[in-house]
Design a protein around this ligand. Structure first.
Ligand code: BGC
Length: 718
């Protein structure tokens, strides 16, 4: 006992001496100073070589080349690492992809939780869920030895066939920006550097290195860029990753308008810009445009950069600004003050969070004759049908991929099924019923099983990945036919979608129920079963429109690069975003195109009514109304507020300007107040390069989906 007291006294004395010594020799280690001050101080001490070392990555596992002299052992198996400055106490930045969980755990034999995909989390419209999502990833990154995330994808769903739609947060800039902001804010609270990507307009994967995006300033500022702007405002992220594509003739990673004029000047972004992997194309041009850091190599921001500085082609002040930004993010995130220590991931805790977020993310799209929730007391037989529905559920691929436990490292573009078994999750919910499985490989056999069952639940999937787009929005692998045959055999057919984007549903009228489970993560099957049997009342709403067919999209045909291999990596084709501001529901509204399921749509096992709209103006705009639970069970309603701008604003018919998630017991009413920022009612005026509120009449609309807005009030705003 005495011994322990003496030891701990000695330890404390020792660490006090160390701390004093540190603050004398390394005054920048004083946490009371601002991140800017600390960064300036370190910068003063750095040699040119040390500065250059911060400007680039040092290779990654599987990359064909390594940086000469870089010790690959210093990496942690992640997508990139940046040498620190040990002499000055600046640690190595260890980066990992972490879109829906920490990637590459298989490679280093570690474990990560798979959360529902980002598009799923957007369907929760829940900022607390977004925060829990980010915090979990932050904790697991650190447990695995990483201090920077490469997650935070927020490209707008302009093109629903984009193979990365599952990694993003839907088609509305205010919803997507709010969700990514809350996610990254909570990620960074775990002392990792946060990241938002892919800046900007990387809205399709086909020809992502060859495509030049053509779009006007107003259209980009009010759509894709607005999502980033809102996210950055909320989270103050340490990093923004510029994208592969070009915008208006310049690659995003050497685009002065995007990186300097908008991001750093207009939005006052204080962090650093890193290139997407091999997305750097020049030294001087990129540096002057505002790129701070190259990944994963040093092709342009290594020796060439040093030579350019020595030759006076890049001013020292420009180099210092890059370095300052990187150091500032390191201090601001707390990764310097809280060095990473590998530890054991809380597996059970991760399961709970993943399941809970999935339950908040699963959208009930159709529920005819109240077939759901299933009544276990009335079911004697259940057919569970679909590829792997006995063992697992699909996950999204590419750099977002989380490796399933025990699977080892996954291959690029491998279809990865997570071990969360719908069959095993459903069986215990109805202990009196016989639960049988059929893969659907032979639709006739699946139909025969459906025929002799009380209810048939068909699990269908559509796999997506980075580095590819979907050819169309149809379910692959003959799954439409399986559903049709099963539904013909038993009208009590339910479809559970495991998709990362919208799908078309030629069988919609033949089935009783449809549930969109997205890529549901480590505990997806439990979440689905809890929804199907009513242990959880669904509350999620679509963060993107489900169109009737590709013919209704702004670009019915996906614009793809010329097939010539020789022109790979060169700007060879253009995508003209002529739909301009009309992204997602704004397009279908403006063009009067009926849709399969509108943006903001989702059913509950109870019903809600809206009344008493009061729009108050003055120092700010506030939208107040009452929501009542008119059904017989407790539920949560996402109440949505839209605004139509004055006609001379030249805007699509309406835009989402706010929402609230309201928890209501059966019969209960609540008054809801949604403050609406003036900014969210403004337009981007190209003539003055600024946001403006157009004076005139604004119509506010409130309800449960973008196409069900019973409350309407028009006010004048000046
Ligand atoms: C992706 C990025 C990712 C990077 C590192 C790139 O191919 O576009 O999103 O962070 O690889 O893995």
């Amino acid at each position: 006992m005495v011994m322990i007291v003496v030891l701990s006294f000695l330890e404390r004395a020792h660490s006090q001496v160390l701390a004093q010594g540190q603050s004398e020799n390394r005054p920048w280690m004083d946490k009371a100073l601002s991140p800017d001050r600390r960064a300036d101080w370190v910068l003063q001490e750095m040699t040119l070589d040390e500065k250059i070392a911060l400007l680039h990555g040092n290779g990654m596992p599987g990359w064909p080349r390594t940086v000469p002299g870089a010790n690959p052992c210093l990496g942690n198996g992640g997508a990139g690492f940046v040498l620190g400055v040990p002499r000055l106490g600046i640690p190595i930045i260890q980066m990992s992809d972490a879109a829906y969980g920490v990637r590459s755990s298989g490679e280093n034999g570690r474990y990560s939780t798979a959360l529902p995909s980002s598009i799923a989390s957007a369907a929760s419209w829940d900022v607390q869920a977004a925060c829990a999502y980010g915090a979990l990833i932050g904790r697991e990154l650190r447990a695995q030895g990483y201090n920077m995330t490469l997650g935070g994808g927020v490209n707008l769903t302009r093109e629903p066939r984009n193979g990365r739609t599952f990694e993003y947060l839907g088609e509305d800039p205010i919803l997507a920006g709010t969700m990514v902001g809350n996610r990254v804010k909570c990620e960074q609270a775990q002392h990792v550097i946060g990241d938002m990507k892919h800046y900007a307009l990387n809205d399709q994967e086909s020809g992502r290195n060859e495509v030049n995006v053509i779009i006007g300033k107003r259209a980009m500022r009010e759509s894709d860029l607005l999502a980033f702007q809102i996210g950055i405002e909320i989270a103050d992220p340490g990093a923004v990753m510029c994208s592969y594509n070009a915008v208006m003739g310049d690659y995003a990673c050497e685009n002065k308008y995007l990186l300097t004029d908008v991001l750093k000047k207009d939005w006052n972004f204080k962090g650093f810009v890193l290139s997407d992997w091999a997305g750097t194309h020049s030294t001087e041009k990129a540096s002057a445009a505002g790129l701070d850091h190259e990944e994963p190599m040093d092709d342009f921001f290594g020796e060439k950069f040093k030579a350019a500085v020595e030759a006076g082609k890049i001013p020292m002040s420009e180099l210092n600004d890059h370095v300052h930004r990187i150091l500032r993010s390191e201090f601001a995130s707390g990764m310097v003050d809280n060095p990473v220590q590998k530890s054991v991931v809380d597996v059970e805790g991760g399961f709970d969070i993943s399941r809970h977020i999935a339950e908040q993310s699963i959208v009930l799209l159709k529920n005819d004759q109240g077939i759901l929730p299933l009544d276990r007391t009335k079911l004697r037989s259940i057919a569970v049908i679909g590829t792997n529905a006995n063992t697992s559920m699909i996950s999204g691929g590419g750099s977002a991929q989380v490796d399933p436990p025990g699977h080892g490292a996954t291959q690029w573009k491998e279809h990865v099924w997570f071990p969360t078994s719908p069959l095993k999750a459903i069986a215990p919910k109805a202990p009196e019923a016989t639960v049988e499985f059929d893969s659907g490989a032979d639709p006739a056999s699946a139909a025969a099983l459906a025929k002799r069952s009380d209810v048939a639940i068909v699990f269908v999937y559509q796999w997506e990945s980075e580095d590819m787009d979907l050819p169309n929005l149809s379910l692959p692998e003959n799954q439409d036919a399986i559903i049709e045959q099963v539904a013909a055999a038993n009208p009590r057919t339910l479809v559970v979608l495991e998709t990362g984007t919208a799908v078309t549903m030629p069988w919609l009228n033949q089935v009783r129920g449809v549930v969109e489970a997205w890529y549901a993560g480590s505990k997806g099957a439990d979440a689905v079963a809890n929804i199907l049997f009513g242990e959880v009342n669904p509350s999620a709403k679509l963060p993107m429109t489900f169109p009737r067919s590709e013919a209704d999209l702004p670009h019915p045909r996906l614009v793809t690069p010329p097939p010539d291999k020789a022109t790979e990596g060169k700007l060879t084709f253009e995508v003209h975003y002529d739909e301009r501001l009309k992204v997602g529901y704004k397009w279908y509204d403006a063009e009067n195109k009926p849709v399969l399921f509108p943006f903001g749509f989702g059913l509950s096992y109870t019903t809600f009514s809206y009344s008493g709209l009061r729009v108050t103006t003055g120092s700010g705009t506030t939208v107040g109304f009452t929501v009542k639970n008119t059904g017989s069970r407790a539920g949560e309603e996402i109440a949505e507020v839209y605004a139509a701008l004055p006609a001379n604003a030249g805007e699509p018919p309406k835009r989402l300007v706010g929402w609230d998630k309201v928890q209501l017991n059966a019969g209960e009413s609540k008054e809801v107040t949604v403050p609406v920022k003036t900014f969210y009612l403004s337009i981007y005026d190209e003539a003055s390069d600024s946001w403006k509120l157009v004076p005139g009449s604004y119509t506010f609309m409130v309800g449960g989906s973008s196409q069900n807005l019973p409350l309407v009030e028009t006010v004048n705003l000046k």
